[in-house]
Write a protein that binds this ligand. Structure first.
Ligand code: PAF
Length: 294
């Protein structure tokens, strides 16, 4: 399959690298990373080590079978505009936060699938991505149900050795992922700790309460997600990714904008009842963003 990965950051480079072992992959990202990949190939180091030679460039090509979007949530609208000029059979969002699929679908003339990913990655230097933990990709129709497009995308990921489930309940999966991100990301970024620190500190109560509030908002929207399930998912991810730094921790340590608006900010905006933990976390991270060194 011909696959274009739009967003050659940590996760995009890792998943693109894994896919390139089996498919024709183009990584679309920023310099100096794409220049280095183009010249010397992409090195994957850590949990598994290999080198691949995908095409790498700064702009989206004219056509592809599957566009895999891995950019930060705040860049989705710009990517949707770029992809609107491209001939696509399908698009899959593998991003944190809510609202990405709708933003892409508003511009694109092809099926837009939803996905979640729990693989761990960290861009180490231009041309090199650290593989920090195997996980799973869950993908499917963004409004739920089965489709041949989702089955084909799932088969393409699996043939590259990527653990993949094709799910028929993506709306619930996306809210579950949001509860996990709402619990873990801002707390680890503000406390400057790895995910595992949430297992044995005061921070775990904040994370659990952010996840409970998220579950309550999901239920307001007709999604079946209990408080207990939301908290147990946070606990499971904290355990599974104990040594990892969350993506928001990485953004803050790199002095970059975060995805707070699509995570705790999204929960606060969508809520019809007070969600004080999400509001406080969003407020604190936004305060940091306004005053960060550029
Ligand atoms: O954003 C992240 O870092 C990840 O989605 C997760 C699951 C919280 C693990 O670090």
């Amino acid at each position: 399959m011909d696959i274009v990965v739009v967003g050659a950051g940590s996760l995009g480079s890792l998943i693109g690298g894994l896919l390139a072992q089996e498919h024709d992959v183009t990584l679309v990202g920023r310099e100096p990373h794409v220049g280095s990949v183009s010249e010397n190939g992409l090195s994957v180091v850590g949990a598994e080590e290999f080198r691949v030679q995908p095409t790498a460039q700064t702009t989206v090509p004219a056509s592809t079978d599957l566009a895999l979007v891995t950019v930060k949530a705040y860049d989705t609208a710009a990517v949707a505009t770029d992809l609107a000029d491209c001939t696509l059979d399908a698009c899959l969002s593998l991003q944190n936060g809510m609202g990405n699929e709708e933003r892409l679908a508003a511009e694109l003339d092809c099926p837009v699938l939803a996905g979640t990913c729990s693989y761990g990655a960290r861009l180490r230097e231009p041309g090199t991505v650290a593989f920090t933990g195997r996980g799973e990709i869950v993908l499917g129709e963004r409004n739920g149900g089965r489709s041949a497009v989702a089955d084909d995308a799932g088969a393409a990921f699996r043939s590259a050795g990527i653990e993949t489930t094709v799910a028929t309940d993506m709306p619930t999966r996306l809210w579950e992922k949001l509860a996990v991100n709402a619990g873990i990301n801002a707390v680890t970024a503000l406390a400057r700790v790895e995910n595992g620190a949430l297992a044995d500190s005061q921070a775990d109560a904040v994370a659990a309460n952010a996840a409970r509030e998220t579950a309550a908002v999901a239920r307001e929207q007709g999604i079946e997600l209990s408080d207990e399930r939301a908290v147990s998912l946070v606990e499971r991810v904290v355990d599974d990714t104990a040594a990892n730094h969350s993506s928001m921790y990485q953004d803050v340590s790199d002095g970059q904008q975060t995805e707070i608006g699509a995570i705790n900010g999204y929960v606060a905006d969508a809520a019809t009842e007070p969600v004080p933990v999400n509001e406080t976390l969003a407020g604190l991270v936004r305060t940091w963003e306004r005053h960060r060194e550029r």
